[in-house]
Design a protein around this ligand. Structure first.
Ligand code: NIG
Ligand code: FE
Length: 410
């Protein structure tokens, strides 16, 4: 039997991009709409007066609540063990993030805890953090590895990321970030570690079918341009997509390199220059903004928002949820930060967690908009205008989530 659902009296914000000319398409509120879902996909929608008589399994009266696409968090490090509260305290005493990393803390302390943890522990932790995102209407989450840095532990992280789909009502996109830091086993030989990533970890992750994208931390405390290029080239040779942690703490040129090699997104980009912005525009690469890390590290260099706007580079917005630089499991809080810290408009913020986040994950043709043919993932909100989603922090704003046309019980 086919499963179908009819939403009635919905106050829709579709985020549909009808034309490239009108930047505001899809943000206008359309009240009193119906959406007919069959087998997890939207098959028909329109004003209530045009709703045909139909025999449906389930009708959901939205009572004029706001309905948006389910939110997409396109950049997280959700799987890890331990926490870094002590490091937070150290930084408040004046020690810099990069200094802590150089002393073997930072990413390495999470690597140690993650290597020692069982899959069950990692899963329990990840589900706890995921529950914060789910409360904010997230229906798709990207999850990176990068706290294992050995073949076994990187694959362990990706397996846990995939398992989230069995234990929560969520869709997961996985990214291999083995090139996150040089592990102690390869101390002083980052090139050798990159060879290991390319010759062993990437092929193993591909044959285990655990990975959608490959990411690199291109930075002074990460990997240089040449190493980054080698990882990207290997990923591409396996048919994987690429994305980068680039221009977060300094300008190395990783964003332009990633864009020229066909990256679907470059993330952080506080130190991106005008030439880099052009490279994104020319190659259709999404700029993913991570205000949580900006806030948490008390960064003062703003990403080149106005330049990105002028170049019409799509901007995504994500939590970057991780224990070191963004322990913020709330995408609505991140939307607020996008507006207050980066001066995004609420419309840009909402695009950043719907259609543009979908583009960053290469799924823009099926998620991130409410549109015929698209997957029926929705968030229903106790607000009347979408700007409210960016405005109020802490009050539960979500009424319900719908995933593949099924009302979630969370
Ligand atoms: O996205 N920039 C590198 N990676 C993470 C932080 C990782 C950590 O400190 O544990 C980020 O900010
Ligand atoms: Fe990150």
């Amino acid at each position: 039997m086919t499963m179908n659902l009819l939403l009635i009296n919905a106050r829709l914000v579709t985020m549909q991009k009808v034309t490239m000319q009108n930047d505001s398409d899809g943000y206008q509120v359309q009240d009193a709409q119906f959406v007919h879902v069959c087998d997890g996909k939207i098959i028909q929608m329109g004003p209530m007066q045009a709703c045909p008589e139909m025999d449906v399994l389930q009708t959901l009266d939205c009572e004029h609540k706001l309905v948006t696409p389910g939110l997409i968090d396109c950049h997280t490090h959700l799987v890890f063990a331990g926490n870094r509260a002590n490091e937070f305290e150290q930084r408040l005493m004046g020690v810099a993030y990069e200094e802590i990393a150089r002393q073997g803390g930072g990413i390495m302390s999470t690597v140690k805890a993650t290597r020692e943890a069982s899959e069950q522990t990692l899963l329990t932790n990840a589900l706890r953090h995921l529950s914060g995102l789910i409360k904010d209407g997230v229906t798709t989450v990207e999850v990176k590895s990068g706290y294992g840095l050995t073949l076994e532990s990187e694959l362990k992280m990706l397996r846990v990321a995939k398992q989230l789909e069995q234990h929560a009502k969520i869709k997961v996109s996985t990214t291999l970030l083995a090139a996150h830091a040089v592990p102690p086993e390869f101390k002083d030989d980052a090139d050798a570690y990159i060879n290991y990533v390319c010759e062993q970890i990437i092929p193993a992750a591909v044959s285990a079918k655990l990975v959608d994208y490959v990411d690199v931390f291109c930075e002074g405390i990460g990997f240089n341009l040449k190493q980054t290029e080698q990882v990207f080239a290997t990923a591409l040779s396996f048919g994987l997509g690429i994305k980068g942690h680039t221009e977060q703490l300094s300008h190395l040129g990783g964003s332009a390199l990633a864009a020229k090699m066909g990256a679907s997104s470059v993330d952080h980009i506080e130190y991106l220059d005008a030439e880099g912005v052009n490279a994104l525009a020319e190659n259709g690469t999404v700029a993913t903004l991570l205000p949580g890390a900006f806030y948490f590290l008390r960064e003062t260099q703003l990403p080149p928002i106005q330049c990105l706007r002028e170049a019409k580079v799509p901007m995504a917005l994500a939590s970057d949820f991780n224990p070191g630089t963004s322990p913020i499991a709330s995408l609505l809080t991140i939307m607020n930060m996008g507006c207050t810290l980066f001066r995004l408009t609420p419309e840009e913020a909402l695009r950043g967690v719907t259609c543009h986040a979908a583009q960053a994950l290469g799924i823009a043709a099926k998620r991130g908009q409410i549109k015929v043919g698209y997957e029926a993932d929705f968030a229903l909100w106790n607000v009347t205008h979408p700007a409210h989603l960016c405005y109020e922090i802490g009050t539960p704003l979500l009424h319900a989530r719908i995933l593949n046309g099924v009302l979630c019980d969370d």
